[in-house]
Design a protein around this ligand. Structure first.
Ligand code: FDA
Length: 398
């Protein structure tokens, strides 16, 4: 069979389109294959439809991996500024939200159009609505088996992402191909995902659903503690919001998380000092710090009477209440799973890949990029930055 293409990129998402565009513009004959009918569904829904396309402060510390040094090379060779230059070349207007997070002013569609245009510049050929059933090693190169027939190529880039949001086309294809070629997988888990609690234990907090506030949230032991100061959102089933999504990526099942609902105040010290300076009752006094509905809910849930005058309360009780607010420890029973997770933690073990090119060390010509790989970014544009950087690294190497 004649080789019509040099490279097949499987998965026309963020990493796949970047890789195909870079390789195509280097003169490679590239075919980009996706089983979905529409391009890059995840870019379309990202950032509330405005795509948080990078983070100005992206650096290796913002990524989780069993092999934390792996991402350094690709991230240093394709930086947020490189992506920003591309955005500017395409006249896409953008703004910084906070903490270096960059969003489109108008729509995530701008990013998809831009990547499509870059692929077209590289004369990339499209095969959409085209499920890939298998990839086999041939005498020279690979055979990519698709619903539209076999495609012979020299090199294959697997860019089919992780397992999050199956209803828009996520599959375990990358893991399946990695295993088939004898590569190790770091066990995948939902990440950047709301956390849930045992229904009975959570019942007292259900009335707090909808309340959002900035907190310190942490997990892990002394040696590997991770802490974020971000918003938390109470839900019917548990906790969500940016702080919880961030910590969910680090949380280990069966272990607790700790939340400081009032990070700027040492509440024990404050309440004990207030015994001599205020005539207020507990609920009124706390209302200077926290929303009334949250105070009512917390006092009820932790069995405190909000009508008690602070001056009449024992130090021991005040300290106990302060601990529930400054260091609330609770153990999730799980997460909302891949249905709600923004990303998948784990994936192809990076020790199997070249950090320069993303190629599998023991399978020359086979590459893995983007979320398929065991590199997971924080919330805030980091995951797209990894998709661009790893896609570009493979695009330069194929
Ligand atoms: P991606 O998932 O983008 O693409 C994989 C492609 O492979 C898809 O087009 C899929 O159809 C295709 N595919 C899968 N299996 C296949 C098969 N068997 N055959 C053929 N094709 C197949 N990140 C960020 O940095 N900023 C943000 O604002 C957001 N927001 C956000 C919101 C929501 C709701 C989600 C779910 C995720 C985010 N993310 C994010 C994360 C970000 O979307 C994600 O990390 C990247 O899209 C990963 O890029 P990839 O190209 O690796 O996979």
């Amino acid at each position: 069979m004649n080789k019509q293409f040099d490279v097949a990129v499987i998965g026309a998402g963020a990493a796949g389109m970047m890789c195909a565009a870079v390789a195509g513009q280097r003169g490679k004959r590239v075919v980009l294959i996706d089983h979905a009918s529409r391009l890059a569904e995840k870019i379309r829904i990202s950032g509330g439809g405005r795509c948080n396309f990078t983070n100005l402060h992206a650096s290796p510390v913002n990524f989780l991996s069993e092999n934390p040094h792996f991402c350094k090379s690709a991230l240093s060779r394709y930086t947020p500024q490189d992506f920003l230059s591309l955005i500017k070349r395409h006249n896409i207007s953008w703004h910084e939200k906070h903490k270096g997070q960059l969003f489109c002013d108008d729509s995530a569609e701008d990013i998809i159009r831009m990547l499509k245009a870059e692929c077209d510049l590289g004369k990339v050929q499209w095969r959409m609505s085209c499920p890939v059933t298998d990839v086999q090693k041939a005498d020279a190169g690979f055979v990519v088996q698709t619903s539209h027939g076999d495609i012979m190529v020299d090199q294959v880039v697997v860019a089919t992402g992780g397992l999050s949001i199956p209803k828009i086309g996520a599959t375990d294809f990358s893991h399946k191909i990695a295993r088939q070629f004898g590569l190790k997988i770091i066990e995948p888990r939902p990440a950047l995902v709301p956390l849930t609690f045992d229904a009975a234990a959570w019942e007292p907090f259900v009335p707090l659903s909808g309340i959002s506030l900035e907190v310190d949230i942490e997990t892990g032991d002394k040696k590997n503690k991770m802490l974020f100061r971000e918003d938390l959102l109470f839900t019917h089933r548990g906790l969500s919001g940016p702080g919880v999504l961030q910590i969910s990526s680090y949380w280990q099942p069966g272990t607790p998380i700790r939340i400081n609902l009032l990070p700027e105040v040492d509440l024990a010290e404050d309440l004990i000092a207030a015994k001599t300076t205020t005539k207020k009752n507990l609920a009124n006094y706390l209302s200077q710090y926290l929303p009334v509905r949250l105070i009512d809910g917390l006092l009820t849930a932790h069995a405190f009477d909000g009508n008690l005058k602070i001056a009449d309360m024992q130090d021991k009780r005040l300290r106990l209440l302060a601990e529930k607010i400054n260091r609330w420890e609770l153990t999730p029973n799980g997460s909302e799973g891949y249905r709600k997770a923004e990303v998948t933690r784990g994936g192809v073990d990076t020790r199997e890949l070249s950090q320069q090119s993303m190629m599998a060390n023991k399978v020359p010509g086979l590459y893995f990029v983007g979320e398929a790989v065991d590199v997971t970014g924080w919330l805030g544009g980091y995951n797209f930055q990894w998709a661009w950087a790893s896609g570009s690294a493979a695009g330069m190497a194929v």
